[in-house]
Design a protein around this ligand. Structure first.
Ligand SMILES: C[S@@+](CC[C@H](N)C(=O)[O-])C[C@H]1O[C@@H](n2cnc3c(N)ncnc32)[C@H](O)[C@@H]1O
Length: 318
């Protein structure tokens, strides 16, 4: 399928790379409304939960408040908007490969032009247009960020791309820093999460919870179907190579990061995880405590964009 998006230059000083047209540009004007029609406020609640988790983590961090955040593949800015609300003292760098998405996000956040590549505290959002798979932006590799947030972005990557994006991101995160991943649960995780969240199994079937029960199987099947549809739609309309949800935990777990807390939506469609980069001593971050798990956001679909934090459940308190 030909992409009508004109080729654009990456906003990297001294580099002549051209960004591959992503196809995400044409999604930009319809992305939010399509999502809303297909999935209601499910994904937005997940983004807001991630922002609450970030704020809770900042609030519980000893010493100076972690305030420098890198947001990757944020699209039209709804995730970033929630983060800015939750972390009013923080500065953000938002990187996306779609100019149209960045323009929408910038309008939403009413900030500066989507071309700046320097880290600047004023305005607190720096926008960078770059392909994170083929051409990482010139962000210093000396760990300038306290936190990274990726919402429904890592699922766009093949396992190899995920490893690349992860290692580039990890190199820019402070030891002890947090990487909050919000995404879809895999169908197998849906089954497991169903078991641990007390989702009912098949009545009368001894020993079943959500894992082997009809409800668990149904939700897992629904998740598999939804993911198939999403991948088919995005592969047909963008340059995305990924065919299925990669194992989003693998790079973190393989590198010994601690899964500090996690939560999932009551529907088991989405989840967030807060991973901690090991600190320099290999101490706290390496201990990998048992993650705290709690379902989030039981707010009804009818609530509006202007939903208050009171509609959301803080996920990491349990
Ligand atoms: C599925 S959308 C998710 C957007 C947003 N994070 C959300 O919560 O809905 C994927 C986003 O990642 C961006 N993206 C995909 N591949 C990318 C790449 N290789 N480099 C930079 N951004 C990319 C797209 O432009 C798009 O904005």
């Amino acid at each position: 399928m030909t992409d009508p998006t004109p080729h654009v230059r990456a906003s990297l000083p001294g580099k002549a790379h051209r960004l591959r047209p992503t196809g995400w540009d044409r999604w930009a004007p319809v992305y939010a409304v399509t999502e809303r029609l297909a999935l209601g406020r499910e994904l937005q609640r997940a983004r807001e939960a991630a922002a609450d988790v970030a704020a809770a983590w900042v609030g519980s961090s000893p010493g100076p408040a972690p305030s420098r955040w890198l947001v990757l593949g944020d699209g039209d800015g709804r995730g970033l908007e929630a983060l800015v609300r939750a972390l009013p003292q923080a500065t953000f760098v938002s990187v996306d490969g779609s100019r149209a998405m960045l323009a929408r996000a910038r309008r939403r956040l009413k900030a500066g032009p989507p071309t700046s590549t320097h880290l600047s505290p004023r305005p607190p959002i720096t926008w960078i247009h770059a392909d994170l798979v083929r051409n990482w932006p010139d962000l210093p590799r000396d760990a300038p960020f306290d936190g990274i947030v990726t919402s429904f972005f890592l699922d766009c990557l093949t396992p190899d791309e995920l490893m690349h994006v992860w290692s580039e991101g990890a190199a820019r995160l402070q030891p002890g820093g947090a990487w909050i991943v919000t995404d879809f649960l895999s169908p197998s995780e849906v089954r497991r999460a169903g078991a641990s969240s007390g989702m009912p199994g098949t009545p009368g079937t001894p020993g079943t919870t959500g894992t082997t029960g009809t409800a668990g199987r149904w939700r897992s099947l629904r998740q598999a179907l939804l993911l198939r549809l999403l991948y088919a739609a995005f592969r047909a309309s963008t340059s995305m190579d990924a065919r299925e949800l990669p194992d989003l935990a693998a790079p973190f777990a393989d590198a010994g990061w601690a899964l500090e807390s996690r939560g999932h939506s009551p529907s088991l469609l989405t989840e967030w995880r807060l991973w901690r980069r090991p600190d320099r001593s290999g101490g706290a971050g390496m201990e990998a405590p048992t993650p705290r798990v709690r379902p989030y956001s039981a707010a009804p679909d009818a609530d509006s964009e202007a939903s208050t934090p009171g509609h959301r459940t803080r996920d990491d308190s349990g």
